[in-house]
Ligand binder design. Structure first.
Ligand SMILES: NC(=O)c1ccc[n+]([C@@H]2O[C@H](COP(=O)([O-])OP(=O)(O)OC[C@H]3O[C@@H](n4cnc5c(N)ncnc54)[C@H](O)[C@@H]3O)[C@@H](O)[C@H]2O)c1
Length: 313
């Protein structure tokens, strides 16, 4: 039985990954500040540490005890990049650097969840892992998340350059599914099933590559079991581009909702320090080449599963 540390274990992606590891018979140490998915605690091989990843003593102790570290804890809701940039930088950036250092010192492999936001507003599409990062000024708060994740990525590369650490970086593109909170898909699903208005910022022609959670879990599993993938970054995303307008229409249709669509300006929702990214499309040829992964779930099927789950819960 292997022992794995998952940070952000109670979060959307963390909780799905914990369930996957537990289903394979492993022991999981899960750390999170919130006990937001208590169902995990019922599993005999799950040990919950309710604490912050900024607690260095605790992080060092559990990294030392584990065979592999999955570092998922972060502030991932766009609204918080604007409302709490210091918190975003502390958790997504500074805490990540400390965790990477403990992994380096204890010689533990680490998987790090990065983001499609790394590419910023680069107009060259689809985004290849080696493409440029095109960002706005540091006075525009929304870029603090992208820059924090990029700093952690740089640090992983720096530690592996000196042969002190093995890592995998996964750059995720708009993952959605049951238990997602505070993101566009979950806001639309929750509002539609309760017939509340749904809001579209910035016209709705901006596109995203919505990727269903089960496909992402498959990708993680293939990557971390294959030693050829170490010390690489991988895009994980759907290659089908969907506009926010089309997403809103699809959620309305699949949920048979009577909600109204209301168009608002970014500044009304996020305040001034926000800038939208027009298009986000991944090039997934690298992950396809390394582990033959490609997404299987259509947006319609994924939305349907999410609606069914939300209605039951
Ligand atoms: N969901 C996506 O579309 C997406 C896209 C790109 C990147 N990511 C990255 O994937 C990871 C997981 O994202 P998610 O969507 O599951 O987000 P999430 O918000 O559902 O989960 C993050 C978890 O981290 C926990 N957390 C936050 N601060 C913490 C702290 N100081 N100490 C301990 N735990 C803390 C939260 O309580 C939460 O349970 C994050 O690193 C995120 O940046 C997600």
């Amino acid at each position: 039985m292997k022992k794995y540390l998952v940070t952000g274990a109670m979060g959307f992606i963390g909780s799905h990954w914990c369930e996957h590891l537990l289903s394979q018979g492993h022991k999981v140490y899960g750390i999170d500040i919130y006990n937001s998915y208590p169902k995990l605690n019922k599993h005999k091989n799950f040990i919950f540490i309710q604490d912050s990843i900024t607690n260095l003593k605790v992080m060092k102790e559990y990294i030392n005890k584990s065979d592999y570290v999955f570092h998922f804890a972060s502030i991932a809701e766009p609204k918080q990049y604007i409302d709490s940039p210091r918190k975003v930088i502390s958790v997504a950036g500074i805490a990540a650097l400390n965790i990477i250092d403990f992994c380096r010192m204890a010689e533990k492999k680490i998987m790090f969840t990065s983001t499609s936001e790394i590419y910023g507003k680069n107009p060259k599409l689809p985004f290849n892992e080696n493409d440029d990062r095109v960002l706005g000024p540091t006075s525009t708060k929304r870029w603090c998340y992208s820059s924090s994740k990029a700093l952690a990525e740089h640090y992983l590369y720096a530690c592996s350059d000196t042969k002190e650490l093995d890592f995998i970086i996964v750059r995720l593109f708009n993952v959605y599914g049951p238990r997602l909170k505070g993101r566009v898909v979950s806001n639309y699903v929750n509002n539609c099933i309760s017939n509340q208005d749904i809001y579209i910022n910035n016209g709705g022609n901006q596109t995203r590559a919505f990727t269903y959670i089960d496909d992402v879990i498959d990708a993680f599993d293939l990557l971390f079991k294959n030693s050829k993938c170490l010390n690489n970054d991988f895009n994980i995303g759907n290659i089908k581009e969907t506009s926010i307008n089309d997403l809103a229409k699809l959620v309305l249709k699949v949920s048979e909702s009577e909600s109204n669509i209301i168009k608002i300006k970014d500044s009304e929702y996020y305040g001034k320090s926000y800038e939208d990214i027009d298009r986000r499309v991944p090039d997934v040829s690298k992950i396809k080449k390394f582990v033959k992964w490609k997404p299987k779930t259509s947006l319609r099927n994924g939305i349907k599963k999410m609606i069914d789950y939300s209605r039951k819960n």
